[in-house]
Design a protein around this ligand. Structure first.
Ligand SMILES: [Zn+2]
Ligand SMILES: [Zn+2]
Length: 438
């Protein structure tokens, strides 16, 4: 899913129509016109002849929306291979997100939707999960997933053995993160293969060497949070478990409680299942869950219709904004942009706002950013920016390619593929939906 391309035609209240099935997406090139991969119901609805799928599998590198969401359109007979933790995260997304045609990853409902069939159970996709070290056989290919460090756990690159040689796919990765040894493993394993092709991400191919690190986020945020004796608000991407761990650790060390939302609880409970992540359960003593105002605005049980909230209403650590206002300096509240209106109840006057996300890099983000600034100014809050990117920087990327030393480089996931031309290695400018022979 390309946010950029989607954003060219659509915005908040102008969206592709689910009632036109796959039609709007094909018309605007939001998905490529490939044969033998799409759902029968969507093809039929669009007046095309349904076909048996020609693809035997899809390899999913990690659970970010740009990689996972358009699994929605795929035929249910195509199995999806992904990491165990990646699947947990997709389940957390499903639990708390409203069903849309663009997020039917775990399962989907047949379209078109009629009054007669809208209650039919969804069709569940076939997911096959793996861990680093596993070897996957698909047709005559052997695939080795290898963990990489990225801003979401359960992220993998793939080493694909073919009769013509080895193909490496990086997924999204970075060399400066807290688990950089995972990316190093991937690079070492790839180097040993003498691959004929490297398909690589290049999100930040144009960036210079950066000095960012998760430790720096920890140091800066901890120092500021200690000094703040009023309410602290923080915004970060909850799929980033390293960032969650940073703030959880800080909260514990300085004797404050980390306040999450019911949506966050869906994620945290999945992370907790993966013992390697060492994250607490959502009922942990250092965590509070903030109850949102719904329907009557009086916090009565009947107000909560969403099942993901309803089933957690009896947790012992649920609090309201009014509770937080009694002891504001005891809390660090995680509030994402779309929930800034909760500040009206929290009243964080002269408190602190930590923006632990990347700074805006396009027009739409700048407009949202301006709104956020207005909220911060309204409450006269102290603003802190602190982030560490999930993507490899330019020099590290070039280093990685030189080490892996493939015969050919195929840059994808980048707006500046031409910058790869400075490499000595042969670089292929990739065209979408075109077949490449090795
Ligand atoms: Zn990603
Ligand atoms: Zn990505």
């Amino acid at each position: 899913m390309s946010f950029g391309r989607r954003g060219k035609y659509f915005e908040e209240f102008l969206n592709p129509r689910a009632a036109n099935g796959i039609g709007d997406f094909l018309e605007l090139n939001l998905i490529p016109n490939l044969k033998g991969i799409y759902r029968e119901d969507l093809l039929k609805h669009h007046g095309l002849k349904p076909k048996k799928p020609e693809a035997q599998a899809v390899l999913l590198s990690h659970a970010h929306a740009d990689h996972a969401n358009y699994i929605s359109f795929l035929h249910e007979d195509i199995p999806i291979y992904c990491g165990k933790t990646c699947k947990y995260i997709l389940e957390a997304v499903k639990e708390q997100a409203k069903r849309e045609i663009e997020n039917e990853v775990i399962d989907y409902k047949k379209r078109p939707v009629f009054k007669s069939n809208y209650r039919d159970p969804p069709i569940i996709r076939d997911f096959i999960t793996f861990r680093t070290g596993d070897k996957i056989k698909i047709d005559n290919l052997e695939i080795e997933p290898c963990h990489v460090d990225h801003s979401v756990p359960g992220a993998y690159g793939f080493i694909i053995h073919t009769s013509e040689g080895t193909i490496i796919y990086t997924g999204d990765l970075r060399a400066h993160g807290i688990h950089k040894e995972m990316t190093e493993d991937f690079i070492i394993n790839s180097t040993m293969e003498k691959p004929i092709a490297l398909i690589t991400e290049g999100t930040r191919v144009d960036s210079g060497k950066t000095l960012e690190s998760e430790d720096k986020v920890y140091d800066k945020c901890k120092k500021n949070l200690i000094e703040n004796n009023r309410l602290s608000i923080v915004d970060f991407n909850f799929k980033d478990v390293d960032r969650f761990t940073t703030f959880y650790k800080i909260a514990k060390e300085i004797g404050k409680k980390l306040v999450i939302s019911f949506k966050h609880a869906c994620y945290l409970e999945r992370y907790h299942r993966d013992k390697k992540l060492k994250t607490p359960d959502s009922k942990d003593e250092n965590i509070f869950i903030l109850k949102p105002k719904r329907l009557s605005g009086t916090y009565i049980d009947e107000d909560y219709i969403d099942y993901y909230i309803k089933k957690r209403l009896s947790y012992p650590n649920i609090i309201t904004a009014e509770d937080i206002r009694k002891k504001p300096k005891n809390c660090i509240v995680i509030i994402n942009f779309w929930y800034l209106n909760m500040l009206v109840d929290l009243k964080p006057k002269k408190g602190m706002y930590i923006h632990s996300l990347s700074e805006p890099f396009n027009e739409e983000m700048k407009i949202s950013y301006e709104r956020m600034v207005n909220w911060i100014m309204h409450y006269d809050m102290n603003f802190i920016q602190s982030h560490c990117s999930g993507h490899i920087n330019g020099p590290d990327l070039m280093d990685m390619i030189k080490k892996i030393n493939p015969k050919n480089v195929y840059p994808i996931h980048t707006e500046k593929p031409q910058l790869f031309n400075k490499l000595k290695t042969n670089t292929v400018m990739v065209k979408e939906a075109k077949e490449y022979k090795l």
